[in-house]
Ligand binder design. Sequence first.
Ligand SMILES: Nc1ncnc2c1ncn2[C@@H]1O[C@H](COP(=O)(O)OP(=O)(O)OP(=O)(O)O)[C@@H](O)[C@H]1O
Ligand SMILES: [Mg+2]
Length: 179
Amino acid sequence: MKPLVKIENIGQTFNTKSGKFTALRDINLDISQGEVVSLIGHSGCGKSTLLNLIAGLTLPTSGVLLCADREIPGPGPERAVVFQNHSLLPWMTCFGNVMLGVEQVFGRKEGKVKLRARVEAALEMVHMAHAMHKYPHEISGGMKQRIGIARAFAMEPKNPVDGRALRCTRCPDPRVLAG
Ligand SMILES: Nc1ncnc2c1ncn2[C@@H]1O[C@H](COP(=O)(O)OP(=O)(O)OP(=O)(O)O)[C@@H](O)[C@H]1O
Ligand SMILES: [Mg+2]
């Protein structure tokens, strides 16, 4: 089967105060549709750096990243990210945080009722419907992570990218790339 995501000879070098730092070198990886891939390695080995590249949040110093045969130019609705830190907006409720992602992808073509149903379904998927009107500071760390997962999945991406360990998520959907 042709890979959906293709990573070819990726290198990532950062400019730091003490000079250039190479975080990734010669990385090659093919990911097929529906495949679940775990990146396992010690802290600082480059897992998040690679996930950020697949998500299109950063561009590689060398090499090529393709998704569906097209070079990844930046973030896109076909690649959602569950960040290692939860990245929820503190002034919005759980419902509002998930709605933010849903509106970005479906806001132009669907009405409010449908958008609301999408958010509620995503919150139910991570067993957080009961807390939809709570703010991030009112819920636990694991619950924040589940809201982040709900936001990513509610956008119905082809490739969910999870930048954190899965152990505390209780996420029932296995289509997650974990770093
Ligand atoms: N923007 C940056 N500038 C400089 N160095 C960076 C930058 N981002 C990451 N690094 C360095 O690149 C290396 C890989 O970092 P990365 O965040 O990818 O690690 P990780 O494998 O996700 O680690 P963890 O398991 O702790 O989350 C680390 O040494 C880190 O300090
Ligand atoms: Mg990381």
